[in-house]
Design a protein around this ligand. Structure first.
Ligand code: DAH
Length: 376
């Protein structure tokens, strides 16, 4: 195509586009806010917008004219798009400025007196125990409140009709798990069984898993209710199993734990022979205190704190662990009891009354997490 011919088509197209361009820029001029801007964008560049239609129609032009006319239509589209962007930036800034001046904050206003929540002493003690044993490399583990009676008793070497079952005043549920009666767990010890069963299974499937080292806080249940007993209470279980775990490890761990928990680096600790069906030998652990003043670590009296022992070979065997190759220790501690001792809380029943005044007095700030960095 020769140049004059081309120029003729261009000026014809410009004349054709002019009213559309005037309409488009008039629409842009009329935009006052962001909502109007969106409507305008649809009107011009939407699916059947004015500019969009011009570009679509270019498809019907002759092959010779199409590139010349389409180029001009594209230029119009670019101008409109650029103008929309400029407008958007300007309107957004104006909207922000308006909002900032409308929403001025009075930073000198006093805070609203909202009562801060508090961490319950039971939770605090469990967190402290987990922090202390966590620092020794124990992993946190939990188990269900409802167990079958084999996991709660049988596997722990407490056979049917054993006095320990009566001793624990078990809540039997009107249900069974598999073909075993379901109970509310009377202690956290069944989590030992769950952990060892899973560990033995993993071992049987090939590679030997890392030794067991768990700390298990949780709820426990016994049909008991007086000033020092509640039908629902809390315990924390500990279990360590490996090829060469000895009584010396048990003593070292528990002495360290008790001294850290009670914040008494020289706290006297005594191991006293005792009996539990699931440990052999079994030991009760006592700490020094003064019966007269109630002070922990002072005086010449002893106070029973927790039960412990070397895991009974029958318990290992019940879980599929060969007692000739593996051994370890376990312990169980009552959370309410050591919490009352540590913080001088006199009555067990108040733990569960949800009296906000009591919680405000004995509770802990949620921001002060239990950790060993500043002592516990
Ligand atoms: N399960 C026992 C109880 O509830 C506490 C206990 C004693 C747990 C000795 C242990 C242990 O793991 O070795 O009275």
């Amino acid at each position: 195509m020769c140049a004059p011919e081309r120029a003729a088509i261009e000026s014809d197209e410009q004349a054709y586009l002019e009213p559309f361009a005037i309409q488009a820029f008039a629409a842009l001029d009329a935009v006052r806010d962001l909502k109007g801007l969106d409507a305008c964008r649809v009107e011009l560049l939407g699916k059947s917008g004015i500019v969009t239609r011009l570009l679509k129609d270019a498809g019907t032009l002759t092959v010779a004219e199409r590139p010349i006319r389409a180029a001009l239509r594209n230029r119009l589209k670019e101008k409109v798009t650029a103008e929309l962007e400029v407008l958007r930036a300007r309107l957004e800034e104006a909207a922000l400025t308006a909002r900032l001046s409308a929403e001025r904050l009075d930073i000198s206003a006093p805070t609203r007196p909202e009562p801060a929540g508090m961490i319950h002493p039971i939770s605090r003690t469990m967190e402290e125990i987990v922090a202390i044993f966590g620092a020794m490399g124990f992993a946190l583990k939990e188990g269900p409140d409802i167990e079958d009676d084999w996991t709660n008793f049988g596997a722990l070497n407490i056979p049917a009709h054993h006095p320990a079952r009566a001793m624990m005043d078990t809540f039997y549920l009107n249900a069974s798990i598999g073909n075993r009666p379901a109970v509310l767990r009377t202690h956290t010890s069944p989590v030992q069984i769950r952990t060892m069963l899973a560990w033995a299974k993993a071992q049987a499937s090939g590679t030997e898993p890392a030794p067991i080292r768990i700390i298990v806080p949780g709820r426990t249940f016994r049909a008991d209710h007086d000033a020092t007993h509640s039908p629902m209470f809390h315990q924390t279980e500990g279990l360590v199993i490996g090829r060469d775990i000895t009584l010396a490890h048990l003593k070292g761990c528990l002495i360290d734990f008790l001294r850290a928990f009670f914040n008494e680096p020289d706290l006297p600790v005594r191991f006293r022979a005792s009996y539990f069906p699931f440990t052999e030998p079994s030991m009760e652990v006592d700490i020094g205190w003064s019966r007269k003043t109630g002070e922990i670590g002072q005086g010449s009296d002893w106070l029973e704190i927790l039960g412990s022992g070397m895991v009974h070979p029958n318990v290992l065997a019940n879980c599929g662990i060969d007692p000739r190759n593996f051994q370890g220790f376990a312990f169980g501690v009552g959370i309410e009891r050591i919490t009352m001792l540590k913080y001088g809380i006199p009555d067990l029943r108040l733990f569960y009354e949800s009296d906000v005044r009591w919680l405000r007095h004995y509770g802990f700030s949620p921001l002060a997490q239990a950790n060993l960095h500043e002592g516990i």
